[in-house]
Design a protein. Structure first.
Length: 347
């Protein structure tokens, strides 16, 4: 149940952790681990788009793979439609696979080059044993029309299509099983700028037509602003801010969110050059040995001694907006007695 709306969440990540052992060149067992995702929790509600944004290496693509069950969390749970993805088996697992699909970043590498478009789109129907050959052919024609491709595209192969056309095929393939949720991992980052808006508008139209939910992974806040209802900002495996897209972008509370917003290119070249000088150059710490306390403190202009000692807890900054920072960009809302009571009981 979503605390913000009182509605039952379609997808829920509960304190999810994903770590990988570090491999060494000498093949000796290493005690070090890559902390890819560290205690991430959020919900995606029916019919909404939840944007997950952050720099490369922040863990957002790993979170996407966890959300569709491609990987199992080290600890925590991924709940889809009331069932834990890690524990379901048999018919329930097959049903989940039908209702939960993924669109990858690079459509060329995610589509089998030896299969034509008709076979690529029909493959999920074959795997799930849905319909006969003629029925699947009719379904492929309908899906091609829905994603804006002509019927003749069915006989073509991926290398004969443009990048935008290949991504339309990938979307049609994801739609074949009539899913309720699509996880889109950087779906337009490999496309030309002129094509990105077309694909995003197509996804928005399909969402309205089919009542889809999206988990949209992106590194560009401009894309998230265009398509998402709510957004979560990730840094080095953790969610540092979350809330409605309008609130987070218009009134960011976390310094890292403000940093991401400052990285959005300006149309005015003079203002863009001034922003580049102000940003300077800094490096993201290693996910093997993340900083103590607040993980952003080594790059934060507001960091003080407490940031290295204590990890900041999430605070409320508006209706559904939260951020984890000791020195936020604006005052947090006061806690109510109902919020304080559970903490007092835990001490």
């Amino acid at each position: 149940m979503s605390a913000a709306t009182g509605r039952t969440a379609l997808l829920e990540l509960r304190d999810v952790v994903r770590e990988y052992p570090v491999k060494t060149l000498t093949f000796r067992r290493s005690t070090e681990r890559i902390h890819a995702v560290s205690g991430v929790s959020f919900q995606v509600e029916p019919g909404e788009t939840y944007g997950l944004v952050g720099e490369s290496g922040c863990g957002k693509s790993t979170t996407a793979r966890l959300a569709v069950g491609m990987e199992k969390p080290t600890t925590g749970a991924v709940i889809f439609d009331g069932g834990d993805l890690a524990s379901t088996r048999g018919g329930e697992r097959r049903r989940q696979r039908r209702e939960l699909q993924m669109v990858f970043q690079d459509p060329y590498s995610s589509l089998d080059p030896k299969m034509n478009v008709a076979d690529l789109i029909a493959e999920p129907l074959v795997v799930q044993r849905i319909g006969r050959r003629k029925q699947r052919h009719t379904q492929v024609e309908r899906l091609l029309g829905e994603v804006g491709l002509p019927a003749v595209a069915a006989r073509r192969y991926p290398h004969e299509l443009s990048g935008g056309q290949r991504q339309r095929v990938a979307i049609a393939r994801a739609l074949a099983l009539r899913p309720r949720l699509i996880v889109a991992d950087e779906p337009v980052s490999a496309l030309d700028v002129s094509v990105r808006a077309q694909i995003l508008n197509l996804m928005a139209d399909l969402q309205e037509e089919h009542g889809l939910s999206y988990l949209m992974v992106a590194h560009d806040l401009a894309i998230v602003r265009h398509v998402s209802h709510r957004v979560g900002v990730m840094y080095l495996g953790k969610l540092v801010e979350t809330g409605s897209t309008d609130d987070v972008i218009a009134r960011p509370a976390h310094p890292y969110t403000a940093k991401l917003l400052s990285a959005v290119p300006e149309a005015d070249p003079h203002r863009e050059r001034a922003k580049e000088r102000q940003r300077g150059v800094d490096e993201t710490p290693s996910a093997i040995r993340p900083p103590s306390g607040c993980r952003f403190r080594t790059r934060c202009p507001l960091a003080q001694e407490i940031c290295a000692e204590i990890e900041p807890a999430m605070q409320r900054f508006g209706d559904g907006q939260q951020a984890a920072c000791h020195f936020p960009l604006r005052p947090a809302l006061p806690e109510t007695s109902a919020e304080i009571a559970p903490r007092m009981g835990e001490v």
